[in-house]
Design a protein around this ligand. Structure first.
Ligand SMILES: N[C@@H](CCC(=O)N[C@@H](CS)C(=O)NCC(=O)O)C(=O)O
Length: 223
């Protein structure tokens, strides 16, 4: 099979979802880091007209949008299957993937994650505490709803890992080191246990910020 090429950056939760899916598939891939500050410049803007990561390149086919990418990966590398066949389980997977995009990232991850982690770590910025405080009610609502949807299941769509788990885990894992983690998870112990199960898997262990940064540094040196 043609090589999978992922254009991304260390620390991107969406990029991590793609890498984690590739690891679950046992697929080898090449990571090509997009240099900070060049997202909206050539060559990246031709790969992604909205100037974001990740982008997948496969056999000359370019694809952006994480949901589209991970669904594509599940079709071209069908084993192990990461999409349920049962209609209700599949609907739950779809629902959780959309909660990820519409509520967990927008207004929660992209605010609190940026203020607490990305800004200070990459741009030397001081966290805007007012912006974080303003995002916390929505963060509580999203964590509580994810906890409710997970219920007593091992995984979001039931008893098997699916693309929903692979999209949500990188976003939730971002919060673990933050002071907001304790209040957000005080009433969601099932979510904490689920993240523990995810973090025991190679797909999470091989795609931490540090591991991806090492890989990106190797790719940059080889270029
Ligand atoms: N809807 C996109 C979202 C991707 C996204 O927002 N990626 C972030 C990194 S996690 C990004 O590229 N941010 C750069 C920016 O907003 O300038 C997807 O599913 O791939």
């Amino acid at each position: 099979m043609a090589q999978f090429i992922v254009h991304s950056i260390p620390g991107s939760p969406y990029g991590r979802a793609v890498l984690a899916t590739l690891v679950e598939k046992g697929a080898s891939y090449q990571l090509l880091p997009v240099a900070p500050g060049t997202f909206r410049a050539e060559p990246h803007i031709s790969r992604h007209p909205f100037g974001r990561v990740p982008v997948l390149e496969h056999d000359g086919f370019m694809l952006y949008e994480t949901q589209a990418i991970v669904r594509y990966l599940d079709r071209v590398a069908p084993s192990p299957a990461l999409t349920p066949t049962d209609a209700k389980a599949l609907a739950r997977m779809d629902q959780v993937m959309n909660v990820c995009d519409w509520y967990l990232f927008q207004g929660v991850g992209n605010v609190i994650g940026f203020q607490r982690v990305v800004g200070p770590k990459l741009l030397g910025l001081k966290a805007d505490e007012a912006a974080i405080a303003q995002a916390m009610p929505k963060a509580h609502a999203v964590f509580n709803e994810l906890s409710r949807l997970l219920g007593d299941n091992a995984w979001f769509a039931g008893d098997r890992l699916t693309l929903a788990d692979l999209m949500i885990a990188p976003q939730i894992d971002f919060f673990v080191e933050m002071p907001e983690w304790a209040p957000l998870t005080a009433t969601t112990p099932n979510l904490v246990a689920w993240l523990g199960r995810m973090n025991e898997r190679a797909c999470m262990q091989q795609t931490t910020w540090e591991r991806v940064a090492q890989r990106a540094a190797g790719a940059a040196q080889a270029a």
